[in-house]
Each structure stands twice: as C-alpha cells, then as structure tokens.
Design a protein around this ligand. Structure first.
Ligand code: GTP
Ligand code: SPV
Ligand code: MN
Length: 625
C-alpha cells in the first residue's frame, strides 16, 4: 500500500508505538495511497514544491524577484477561517461556553469519522511532527498533524519546527497533541486534483477541538487557521485549556522588544483581533529618533510566570502568516524583507513576470495581472467598485529568521519578561489613542470589553460592523469565556502585582467624520509605545480620568500631519460615547456570560459608569467627539 516516496523516513522507523498506532488507524480510515513522514529537510520541502508545481497547484515565482518562493490560489470559497464551522466539542455545552459552537463530542466524532472514511483515496497522507516553541524547551509543546495537503506541509515547515529532531524529543512514549486534517474532497477512481485546490462545501467543513482529550479534527478546508493546525487550533484553542489548568496564558498576542535611546529595553505583548495590526506593530520601524523596536512574535504568545514572579513570553511559532494587502516598504518594510525569498503566497495577484502584487503594496499594478481567481485584471483607478486583484485576506508565509528586526532572543527557551500588555482593535470612535488600566483587574476589564470592526480574516462575518472580541480571543478560546476572564483575575490574586505587566488599551483606528484616519498609524505608533515605555518606567505624563490613566495633552509628540485639534480628539474623554459603551456592555455583552462573569468585572463596569456620570458633561471633550 505505502509504496511511494520510499526515500523518506519510513513508518516502521518510528520509535513511538502510540504514534504509529494512531497513524495506522487514521490510514485504515482515510485510505491514502501513500504515507510520507515530514523530516523537515530542505530536500523534502523542495520535492513537495516540485510535485505541487508539476500538478499545477503551485506557481513557481520568478527566481530573480522572489527566490525559492511559490504562489497558491485557493478555491474562491476557501479563503479564511470559518468561525461558524469551528467547534469546541467539550464534554458539555456549558464547558464550551456561550461564545463557542458546540456539538456533543461523540456525535461529532461519528459524523466526522463518516466524512474521513476513504477521504484520502488517491492522495498521500503526510505525517508532520512539529514543535510549537524551540525544540526541547520546557515551554514548547509537540503536535503531530496528519494531513492530505502538501500545501499544509510546506506551510507548517515554515510556521513551526518540523521533523526528525521533534521525533527525537518525543522519544518512544512522549506526549503530543493529535491533529488530524483533510482537505475533504475525496477523489473518484482515476480522478486527480489536476491543480485544483480541493476543499469541501461549507456544510461539510468542521474545525473541531476536543479539549478533554486534547485532539483536533479538521475537515474540508485547506486554508490558514483551518488547516495549519499548530496555529490557532493547538497554540490557542487547545493551549488555552492547558494554560487554565496549569496556571499560565496562551494568547493571541504579538511580542516586541522596545529599546530607548539610553539602551534600556522593555518587552510588550499586544492582543488585537485578526487583521488589526499585530504583525505591523511587531515589526514597527520607529519614527522617533534613537528608539528601536525588535520582533519576538507577531500572532501568538505563551506566557508563564518565572521564579522571580515575572511573566515570561515565548513565541511558539517559527514563521509569519501575515496579511498581504496593505503591506509595503512604507507601512511594514521588515515584513517586505522577510518575504523576499523562501516564502509562500496565498491568494495574492500574479504579475506577468511571475511576481506577486497586492492592493497597498506601495506601487501601481503593472499593466496586466492575473487576479487571485485566475482572471486577467487591469487596474481601473477610476472605478472604486473594482474587485481587488488580491483577496483582502491574502497571506504571505515567511520564515521569522528572515525578518531583519527579529530580536536576538526570539528563540530563547525561557522567554522574555513582559513589562506591558496592550489591548486594541478597530474603533472609529469613542476609544482614545491610548489609556492605561489602574491595576490588574481594571486591565482584565479592558481586555474583556475589546471590540473591533469586523475584518476579512473570518469568512462568515459581516465586514465593517463592530463586535466584541474580548482579549482578541473570541474565536480562539477553547473553553467558557467567563472562566477565561476568571483565570486572568485569579492570576492577579495569586501573583505579586508589582511584578506583573502594566495593561493598556490602544486604538490606531480612529476616523474623522468623512472616514479618514485620524492617526497615521504604523511607524508613528512608536510615539504611543514611548508613552507606554515611560508609563512602565514611572516617568510618563499622565492624568487620572473616568476610564483610566490617560496621557496629558502634551505627553505624546504630534506626528507630521496631525493637528493640535486632531490630537485633542484622539486623546479626549468621550463621556457620552463611553456611556453608550457601558450600556452596550451591560445589555448585550456581559449578560452572555451569566453567573460565570467574575464579580470583579461587573464591579468595574459600575465604577466606570459612576465615574463617567460624575464627569461634567459640558466640560467633557468639547466639540471634538
Ligand atoms: P492576523 O494575522 O489576522 O492576526 O492580523 P494582524 O493583527 O497581524 O494584522 P496586520 O498587522 O496584518 O494588519 C492588518 C491590516 O491592518 C493591514 O492591512 C495593515 O495595513 C493594517 N494596519 C496595521 N497597522 C495599522 C495602523 O497602525 N493603522 C492603520 N490605519 N492600519 C493598520
Ligand atoms: C487570524 O485570523 O488571526 C490569523 C490568520 O492570524 S489564521 O492563521 O487563518 O488564523
Ligand atoms: Mn492572528
């Protein structure tokens, strides 16, 4: 049966009996034509690329423009995470909580077993042993993904640490998370994929998590977080459950290092919802002289308390799966240098000389392009309705080691001590450029009320409307979100608050009435990071307000193009806007969590409301809000 590609490691060479048994069971169910173990070698990566190019699935890019790189175009229905087909199949619906989809695990396994039956006929089953975090680090976790997608294998080889070194650490009986994936489009006898991107119709897609047994079963999608199971499925949904049980944090956060002109460094973690600026902030090039920002991670942070009482963070990933549109030498040069070579591009547009292009890449489209759907595309600047050439959720997959701003300590197994945690999202009104929590519980409150305009990173949501996305974890928390809030509150009770990170809420996305950005964002966000740095050092100019600690009017230097009035608007306390916010949280947000909502958070809401009511309405913010 398993005759093909014998030059790679063989199944019988695996030392781990449990793993071998599981692979056998999955192969008996899914009936692949061959089994290949991913060994993490360049030679195997290249062979997979060559096979995908030969089948027409991958397009090799021009070696002069993007050496070692390939492009993929997904099925037009398979372009982002599918939140309405993502399940936390905990033992009870209550354990999954009000914000997760739930199906009884026995029933879900039965349905999915039916779908997996024979689903890999005519395809290869790849075994991907991977480590989230530096191989062998005591914070790292091992997963094994079984998949019928070579696209997934190559992406996982960039995004995680893959191969024999992981099997060595796993030994003969080590623990690992089982991650089963199929693109879910069984081939008929004699049929081949012929360069098509296989996936199942939406009603057959299942991105399922079984938190009690720490298993992931994904079926029907080949895209991003649905298919690269180390990322959102393991490193957040399953890891968040482990983190709660074991007293640590698995978060949807970037990690950066900021150094002031005197050479003092601080580490910042920041949670923004999908497509709200984590990659950009992690790689920021400061506009303020003498300051330096370096990157540790751009999407996920695992944080544990050290013996010194401080919270240490590692980036469990090894690559970036970044949003392409809007990424340019101007907005994010470090991302542009990271993706110069050895990268994978998904749903970007293709130029005639086989380079990639996307909206906001920093230069006009060449005269003719092939858009992400494979159609000829000629830029028509006069036509505001023209469909974009790249999908709004088009992505690049690039090795973190290629990032010029990567911090030397980015792979330090003990992690980096976090000084500040930022929350944020896309809020065109009300939420100021930056404010600081008074203490840990107030910070947890700020995390719990994060809201954002919906973006293209999830398929089934209406872009443009605001939804609450607490801690930017709404789609990624593997258990009851009320208990998640409680976990955060409890960490404050059991640790010395003077050593814990200070918590802030930032908003780069304020808009004017005519829909323009009020704040230039990107590198100019360094001005806000500087204030955060100073607030941690105790040297910032601050004032107490009804919503928390805010910068004084002159605390943050104005970037070019931002008038004094703009700055006042960015930093004003919008009393009426916040009172509406309080009402919305009270009526629509907090009630969802029922009696699992920690009392500390309900109290914080009352305190904020009382504070706001005590503000003289006529004195608050004048005409700007
Ligand atoms: P995920 O990978 O989905 O988790 O996204 P992310 O949070 O890493 O977001 P990313 O940095 O990729 O940014 C998403 C979009 O927001 C891109 O189109 C960026 O150009 C845009 N963006 C990022 N930072 C800023 C900013 O400071 N201001 C404005 N106006 N846009 C920004
Ligand atoms: C996100 O949606 O937050 C991402 C992309 O980072 S995905 O890997 O698809 O989850
Ligand atoms: Mn993300």
């Amino acid at each position: 049966m398993y005759s093909r590609k014998e030059k790679w490691m063989k199944l019988q060479d695996l030392k781990h009996a449990g793993l071998k048994k599981w692979i056998d069971e999955v192969a008996a169910l899914t009936k692949p034509e061959a089994i290949v173990i991913a060994d993490g070698s360049d030679a195997q990566y290249q062979q997979l690329v060559d096979e995908m190019v030969a089948s027409g699935l991958a397009t090799p890019l021009n070696p002069e423009k993007k050496p070692g790189s390939i492009a993929f175009f997904s099925d037009p229905s398979d372009v982002a995470r599918v939140e309405n087909r993502t399940y936390i199949a905990a033992a009870s619906k209550e354990a999954a909580g009000p914000t997760n989809n739930w199906i009884d695990p026995t029933e879900l396994k039965k349905t999915m077993t039916g779908l997996y039956d024979g689903c890999m006929k005519g395809r290869t089953l790849y075994v991907i042993p991977f480590s989230m975090g530096p191989v062998g680090s005591n914070i790292a976790k091992i997963g094994v993904e079984l998949t019928d997608s070579a696209y997934v294998v190559t992406n996982m080889m960039i995004m995680t640490r893959v191969g024999e070194k992981v099997l060595d650490v796993l030994g003969s009986d080590g623990e690992y998370v089982q991650c089963l994936h199929s693109v879910g489009k069984p081939l008929a006898d004699g049929e081949s994929d012929e360069g098509k991107w296989p996936c199942a119709p939406i009603e057959q897609k299942y991105i399922s998590h079984f938190p009690e047994s720490r298993e992931i079963w994904s079926y029907g999608s080949g895209y991003g977080g649905n298919a690269l199971l180390g990322k959102k499925c393991l490193a957040l949904r399953i890891a968040s459950v482990l983190a709660k049980d074991e007293g640590w944090l698995a978060e949807h956060m970037l990690i950066l290092k900021i150094t002031n002109p005197e050479g003092e460094a601080k580490y910042v973690a920041a949670a923004f919802p999908s497509a709200c600026g984590k990659t950009n902030l992690a790689m920021l090039v400061p506009t303020i002289p003498g300051w330096k920002v370096e990157t540790i991670g751009d999407d996920i942070a695992w944080m544990k308390f050290g013996a010194d009482g401080r919270l240490y963070a590692i980036n469990p990933e090894a690559g970036f799966f970044g949003v392409a549109p809007g990424t340019s030498l101007d907005s994010n040069p470090n991302a542009m240098y990271s993706l110069e070579k050895n990268s994978i591009f998904t749903n970007c547009a293709l130029t005639e000389d086989n380079d990639v292009w996307w909206e906001g890449i920093g230069y006009d489209a060449p005269s003719k392009l092939t858009d992400w759907k494979g159609n000829e595309w000629v830029q028509d600047k006069g036509n505001k309705e023209q469909a974009p050439a790249s999908h709004p959720n088009a992505r690049f997959t690039a090795p973190a080691s290629q990032c010029p701003s990567i911090a030397p300590e980015w792979e330090d197994p003990k992690g980096v001590p976090i000084d500040a945690i930022l929350f944020g999202g896309r809020r065109p009104h009300t939420v100021p450029l930056v404010h600081q929590a008074r203490d840990w519980n107030h910070g947890v409150f700020l995390g719990s009320i994060v809201g954002s305009e919906i973006t293209a990173a999830a398929l089934d949501l209406k872009a443009g409307t605001i939804r609450r996305d607490p801690f930017a974890m709404l789609p990624f928390c593997g258990y009851h979100m009320g208990e998640y809030f409680e976990h955060w509150i409890n960490l404050g009770k059991t640790h010395d608050q003077s050593k814990m990170p200070k918590i802030f809420y930032v908003n780069w996305f304020r808009k004017t009435d005519d829909g323009k950005w009020l704040w230039p964002g990107f590198g100019e966000n360094s001005r806000v990071l500087k204030w955060v740095f100073e607030a941690c050092a105790g040297t910032a100019k601050t004032q107490d307000t009804a919503i928390g600690i805010m910068p004084t009017a002159d605390a943050i230097d104005r970037p070019e193009g931002v008038s004094e009035d703009d700055m006042a608007e960015l930093l004003c306390l919008d009393r009426d806007g916040w009172l509406k916010e309080v009402a919305d949280i009270r009526e629509n947000h907090y009630p969802k969590f029922g009696d699992k909502l920690p009392k500390e958070l309900a109290d914080m809401l009352d305190i904020m409301e009382n504070n706001l009511k005590a503000v003289d309405a006529s004195a608050s913010c004048g005409s700007c809000c």
